[in-house]
Design a protein around this ligand. Sequence first.
Ligand code: HMG
Ligand code: MG
Length: 318
Amino acid sequence: MVVPAGRLPARVRIHEVGARDGLQNERATVPTAVKAEFVRRLAGAGLTTIEATSFVHPKWVPQLADAEELFPLVSGLPVELPVLVPNERGLERAMALGARRVAVFASATESFARANLNRTVDEALAMFEPVVERAKAGGVHVRGYLSMCFGDPWEGAVPVGQVVRVCRALLGMGCDELSIGDTIGVATPGHVLALLAALGEQGVPAGVLGVHFHDTYGQALANTLAALQYGVTTVDASAGGLGGCPFAKSATGNLATEDLVWMLHGLGIETGADLGRLVATSVWMAGRLGRPSPSRTVHALSHEEFRGREGREARKEQ
Ligand code: HMG
Ligand code: MG
């Protein structure tokens, strides 16, 4: 049933991160052909921005060491396929394969910058500067991720000023959009609104922001709703709720795309996504990974006793 609520956007762009944020954290290495099929199915389910992989050091993230093999298998799909690049080496690898969208990934805290990038926050920003410059010169769209915007497993609560400083630096070097990450999933809606308002006051408008919530404490949807009320229209999510971060052990799965779509469609907000096909994709992927999806919506719609239209469509696809 669709029941709109006030002060919400008519349409939301979902930035799907399952194939990257999700699979980077899997214990088992997923075969390249399965990853490619995952991306194809996500595109078939109507998602238009699907983060495909990362061109990082293969020793740091062995699960995505097949980026060179995977990207050409999916690059012909009629969707945007952003990839993560930490440095110029990563950008060169991505651009050699024709990537049109890349993402650098900064940290609001020193501890995570060290754990994730082997750099201080400022050294990491210095590493990104030529990446952004070269990408922009080549007409490549650049997203700037910012991790640990709310809490950090080593440092605790993260002061808003630290987040604002790094966001401004990323925009200043030319990033087209930013993604505000709650890497360990500790944010609550008031905190989200306070951070977004502080960013707005410092010249970082909602229009350039996406939100990236992990669901550790079950707050990801509430936080998303708060961000939508503030004016954000880009939301990161991971099919089936796959995810985590190998460099922050307390990070659990991302907001599940299906949970997000259930809420957005219930509010009458357009996404272009086909929920039945998404559920079918996550059930299929769960079979490849050997464990059920943590998404409540995937569970509800794929449950054998479920007799609704979405459930029937989901089962048909399996
Ligand atoms: P480093 O060890 O300091 O690297 O790692 P370096 O610059 O000293 O180079 C060492 C060697 O690595 C050199 O080779 C380089 O060529 C090679 P050698 O000369 O010794 O033979 N190298 C590379 N090889 C392939 N591709 C590259 C590359 N770069 C260097 N791109 C580095 C620094 C940044 C490379 C490393 O720390 C790294 O790869 N980190 C990636 C970490 C990562 O992917 N984390 C997960 C993504 S972030 C995330 O999940 C959070 C997010 O979801 C948002 C949220 O939830 O908050 C985005
Ligand atoms: Mg993440």
